[in-house]
Design a protein. Structure first.
Length: 280
């Protein structure tokens, strides 16, 4: 497909399909984003035939449910992002927001995930962390009660995330979105049953710990994502990201692990279907 202004050109398509398990099709960077139909078409042409659309605030969660109900290539995740949780007033605002997330999570069988939730100690100051922890706890409970996949955002909070998981008990299926830890953190998550999802960061020169974590992850626990429009893989780091750029990340992952690319695509496709609760 022809280039879109501001977006990188399409890479060589993958030899077998994969699923982008974490994308924000409703968020634009640096001006206008890709129209939804164009984003899906370009992704499919690159071999990315299905996408998990993540809503991380109330408007985004509503949009995700509507988009997944309308487009067969999409399923949805809904939650309050950890940086959004402290923005809701303590005197009932967080409760009301969580109640709407619960309603949205149960609204349609194409809502497969509760997330992204978790902890972010990079952007939220210490005074907002109690709200993050409470929101995270409530999302874990919701994922377990509704039998949804839990999708976790973890930024500069590895041990704190694990502490909450240990205290609350992990659901049957949970994903460490955009895994950012080292091999020790990877093993700690894997021991608790997590899937590890790798984004364009595995192509960054300064991300050696993440690449080392990829090497210790067993094949049946690896996923791939964009986190689009963020975390664009090299050589286009800094430009807007989109699902059609996953081939760059997949090729880097296959080369690093010494895997056949087509075989790794098949493994990740199967893992993602297992992680998000069935076919779509």
């Amino acid at each position: 497909m022809s280039p879109t202004p501001g977006y990188p050109p399409s890479p060589e398509p993958l030899p077998a399909p994969v699923i982008d398990n974490h994308c924000h099709l409703d968020i634009a960077r640096d001006g206008d984003g890709l129209p939804l139909t164009q984003a899906l078409a370009r992704a499919a042409a690159a071999g990315v035939t299905r996408i998990v659309q993540i809503g991380c605030d109330l408007p985004g969660a509503r949009w995700a449910v509507e988009a997944a109900a309308t487009h067969p290539a999409l399923v949805a995740g809904v939650a309050l992002h950890p940086n959004d949780a402290p923005l809701h007033p303590a005197d009932g605002g967080l409760e009301a927001a969580l109640a709407e997330i619960e309603a949205l999570a149960g609204a349609h069988d194409r809502v497969r995930a509760v997330g992204e939730t978790g902890l972010d100690f990079f952007r939220t100051p210490p005074e907002g962390r109690a709200a993050q922890v409470e929101s995270f706890r409530r999302h874990i409970d919701l994922a377990k009660r509704l039998d949804k996949t839990l999708v976790i955002h973890d930024r500069d909070a590895h041990q704190a995330v694990l502490d909450v998981i240990d205290a609350e008990g992990a659901p049957d299926r949970w994903v460490m979105h955009c895994f950012s830890g080292d091999p020790d953190v990877a093993r700690a998550c894997l021991d608790r049953g997590a899937y590890l999802s790798f984004a364009g960061t595995v192509t960054f020169k300064n991300a050696r710990p993440v690449r080392d974590a990829l090497l210790v992850a067993p094949r049946d626990r690896i996923l791939v994502e964009t986190d689009a429009p963020f975390l664009t893989p090299s050589p286009h780091r800094g430009a807007p990201n989109a699902s059609y750029l996953i081939p760059l990340t997949m090729r880097a992952m296959a080369e690093l692990r010494g895997d056949d690319l087509a075989e790794l695509c098949g493994v990740i496709e199967a893992n993602t279907v297992a992680a998000f609760g069935g076919e779509w």
